[in-house]
Design a protein around this ligand. Structure first.
Ligand SMILES: [Zn+2]
Length: 128
């Protein structure tokens, strides 16, 4: 699933290496991906719900898997959001904002919403 919703709050679920502390999203199975670490103990963990915009774009064609696109495809806004604590940049769809609303460095917060007639997915949204 890669995300969970609890008390109306959406969380991304990633992995954290118990040895070196590196975070991974999407979660990884097996050994740590840090080339300087041979840790095998990767634990499922929730990631920060807020981050800052690192880059953004319009997506005028369907994104590749694992991203879930509505059918028929409707252009969406995508943002790469930096999670300071984890040192990760997480690319995701943006809810209710366009590229005209976004700027590098602004804070976004994790949310979720249904695609058109589709499943509930996690998205980046305006920070409350
Ligand atoms: Zn590690």
């Amino acid at each position: 699933m890669w995300f969970t919703v609890e008390d109306d709050l959406t969380y991304l679920v990633g992995s954290r290496c118990a040895d070196c502390g590196a975070y991974f999203f999407p979660p990884v199975a097996g050994g740590c991906r840090n080339p300087r670490c041979d840790g095998q103990d990767l634990q499922e963990t929730r990631l920060s719900r807020r981050g800052t915009v690192w880059s953004y774009t319009n997506a005028c064609y369907p994104p590749p898997a694992p991203f879930v696109a509505a059918e028929p495809y409707v252009p969406v806004t995508l943002a790469a959001v930096a999670l300071a604590e984890e040192g990760l940049v997480v690319l995701g769809q943006v809810k209710d904002l366009t590229v005209d609303d976004l700027e590098v460095g602004m804070e976004l917060e994790l949310t979720s919403g249904p695609l058109a007639d589709g499943p509930l997915v996690w998205m980046w949204g305006a920070a409350s």
